[in-house]
Design a protein. Sequence first.
Length: 282
Amino acid sequence: MNPVRRVVAAALKEDLGRGDVTSGATLTPRQRAVGLFILKQKAVVAGLDVARDTFRHLGGVSFKPTARDGESCRPGRIIAEISGNARAILAGERTALNFLQRLSGVATLTRSYVDAVRGTPALILDTRKTTPGLRFLEKAAVRAGGGTNHRMGLHDAALIKDNHVEAARDDETLVRSIAKLRRRGPDFRIEIEAQTPDQALRFAAFDVDVVMLDNLGPAALRRLVPQMRRLNPSLTIEASGGINLKTVRAAAETGVDWISVGALTHSAPAVDISLELHLPRR
């Protein structure tokens, strides 16, 4: 099954259980309704395809987007129109809104970070701090907000983190591990996390593609970035840890290439979106 449809099916099953008892008692099987999905705040829209698939799964409903994912919209903007079987619309209403509100929240917060570093070379990246089962949707929302995806999981890129460094105990062991990873092919990305300036300069000389500077402030970044580039001109330098909307610009101005922000997915507030539904009299 298509991954979006699989997630939608699971979400609907969670909400519906054995059926919508309220709508079953108050609405006739053939009763119809029309409605509008309306933004209640300024936001970057994301998740319209998932909302459409929610009603497609239920059947008997037409869902027409009037905005597009990645579009910045003002309060009051109608982002989708819906019509069809009233029972089906109400059965999918909360699930569709949950997806739209959550994913639009991720896209909106991401856009705030992207706007904050505009004019610098830094890209805003997400992390693996995502809702279990929804990572691919949340990472799509990051892209809709103008951000860039880091690795999707543990399988598609190597990131040697502090615990791996601690387990290796010495640089010689780390170099052997990196050589083993390099056998996966020239396009396989290898990254290593540095938690101190000394580690940053040592690791910059390793055969890695990216060095992540974790929880090092702007002053340390300004000193380290030029030195690391001299050691390895092709190196991608990433800043991570403790970066928020107030500090992201300062981090970007140090010359780093990437800034990864876990908050994009683990702390994005939901966007306020409502479904205004009209059920013609029987």
